[in-house]
Design a protein around this ligand. Sequence first.
Ligand code: PMV
Length: 299
Amino acid sequence: MAVWSAPGKVFLFGEHAVVYGKPGIAMAIKPRVYVTVRKTRHPPRVKSPYLEKCFELMGVNGSVYIHSQLPSSSGLGSSAAVTVATLSAINDEYGLGHTKSDIASMAHSVEKSVQKGRASATDTYVSTFGGVLLIQGDIKRRLPPEDFHLVIGNTMVSHSTARMVEQVSKFRATDPDIVNPILDAIEAVTMRSLHVFQDQRALGRYMDINHELLEALGVGHPALTRLVTAARAAGAYGAKITGAGGGGSMVALCPKRSKSKIAGAIEGCDGRAIITTIDNEGARKEKEDERNRTDKTGR
Ligand code: PMV
């Protein structure tokens, strides 16, 4: 039996713009998905297409148990974390000898095939390696880890990443003279943020600007606006949509002393708050007694 876990992620800057080759900054966050894989002679049928693809790609069969601290479909990379942890556990249980880089690229191909081609490598890469990453096309650069205090607000409004990406693409096709400058401005904000990474007050201002630019792209939602406004009013350095928008989650960069107050403000506006920080490990092997914490799903 092998037990592996992998973290979720937030976009600090650049979502949607990354689809057009612009840079983005994503960070692995503490909540994790735990996966137990066991060799069995007669494994039950897999119910999740992600798990099914993982076993198919690795060319083996087994049973799988999942326990997730990440809400699904909330823009926090839960499907990527499930995929990365499952592939890592299969690799370990069957002694297949794949490297972390192999796992990251296999996880990306699993997501691409389940999501019909629409999946950037960001989620799977960040979940595999952890830390903060600057992403531009195929280039991924690890940034020095920062001790950020984040509060995530899940609107509980379900959204579809594919639909939001398509909506922006249609807007760009009909109004390139409006959309291209917005994407350029997001790029400028992302690049500027790199110069102020140690100055959280300045970084927060850039997150606010990035949020307004995402609203201008049309991926806002009244529930996101409420949570972003509440977090700012409760003392966040900055707050923005994270991920595809149209529902899903927002993220606030917070002074350490204010994170509980900010989480309370988010909950007061019907959001689910998660207080978190950076995860620097990425996918990791867990002790076997982790099985006591796992719930049976999918098989
Ligand atoms: O909602 P998420 O976490 O899947 O983020 C989507 C981010 C986009 O830039 C909109 C799409 C992508 O594939 O990068």
